[in-house]
Every structure is written in structure tokens, then in C-alpha cells.
Design a protein. Structure first.
Length: 185
């Protein structure tokens, strides 16, 4: 497994999986992947008020100074953790920058400014993907993708923005991968 994934090919995923792993699509998890994000999403969804002047929109506006450092802070932490000696206090927090990557072989979670795979599921290790929208995720709009092989959960991606679009793309890549694999076996 390469430490750093190959950059996308000119035509996404057009590379035989046996030869090299190619990135098809990268998705960044939203703040809805976190507990605080889901809590804020529930507050933002409060529809009490008139037109755009709702309690939820007022809370969203007032929470910008809190949310912005939460989002941008993880990039700063990963950057500082990479600084020799000065970054030592930040090492335990390293890996807070995550992304979800679909390749021509697998779906993976990669961490760090330079993406390092931490968890993955091969495209032939699931047969369906369920979208679950937890309380507080609908406002963003986001949801969790739950990968299943039969009734068994094999993998989960939390807080995916526009989860149905990513689910469809993954299933198309999976169906192509499994179809070619069947023919080759």
C-alpha cells in the first residue's frame, strides 16, 4: 500500500486496478461528522421566526466565531505537528484533517495534510450502502454512509456532505470493479 495515493488520472478512475490505485473522487467530511456539529445543526434548524429571521439563523450567525476556529484549527494543528521540535505539543492531536477517498480499488479514510490511509474497505467487501441522516445532520445537508455485506456493517463514513451523490458514485465504481473481477476469475 503506497503511503501517498497517486493523483487522479485524466479520466477519473481509468486505470486497471491491478496496475495501480487511482483516485476517482475525494470528499471532505462536514462538521456534521462531529457531535458538536450535529448539536449545532439541531440548533440551526430551529425554524421559529419570520422569513430568514429565525432563531436558528440567528444562532448560526452568532456561532461563527466558535465554528470557524473548529474547522480551520484542525488544519493548523496538522501543520504545526509537522514542525520539528516546536510541533511536539501538537503531535497527539495530529491527524485531525480527514478526507474520504474513492479509488478504483477501495474506499478509504485518509488523515493528515498529506493524505495517509488509516482505514479502508475494498470495493468487493460490501454489496450495499445505506444513507443514515442523524439528528442535526439534515441542516448541513449531510449523512453517514454505512457499508454492508448482507446484514453486516463493514465500514462507515460519518458526516458526508451530499451523501446520496457520493453513495451513487461509490456503487458505480464498485459495480464496475466487481463485474470486471468476475469476468477475470
Amino acid at each position: 500500500m503506497p503511503a501517498v495515493l497517486e493523483p487522479p488520472s485524466p479520466i477519473a478512475g481509468v486505470s486497471p486496478p491491478e496496475l495501480k490505485e487511482t483516485t476517482i473522487m475525494t470528499v471532505w467530511p462536514s462538521i456534521a461528522a462531529t457531535g458538536i456539529g450535529r448539536f449545532l445543526g439541531q440548533l440551526y434548524a430551529i425554524d421559529l421566526g419570520v422569513s430568514v429571521f429565525t432563531v436558528g439563523n440567528l444562532i448560526a450567525l452568532l456561532s461563527i466565531p466558535i465554528v470557524l476556529p473548529l474547522i480551520l484549527g484542525k488544519f493548523a494543528v496538522d501543520f504545526l505537528a509537522g514542525v520539528p521540535i516546536l510541533g511536539l505539543p501538537f503531535l497527539p492531536l495530529k491527524g485531525s484533517v480527514q478526507r474520504y477517498i474513492l479509488t478504483n480499488r477501495r474506499v478509504l479514510i485518509a488523515e493528515g495534510l498529506i493524505p495517509q490511509p488509516t482505514q479502508y474497505v475494498d470495493l468487493d467487501r460490501f454489496d450495499s450502502i445505506e444513507v443514515v441522516v442523524q439528528p442535526g445532520q439534515a441542516w448541513y445537508p449531510a449523512g453517514d454512509l454505512i457499508f454492508r455485506k448482507g446484514n453486516t456493517e463493514t465500514f462507515r463514513l460519518a458526516g458526508v456532505r451530499r451523501p446520496e451523490t457520493f453513495r451513487q458514485t461509490i456503487m458505480k465504481a464498485r459495480n464496475g470493479y466487481v463485474g470486471v473481477k468476475k469476468i477475470m476469475d
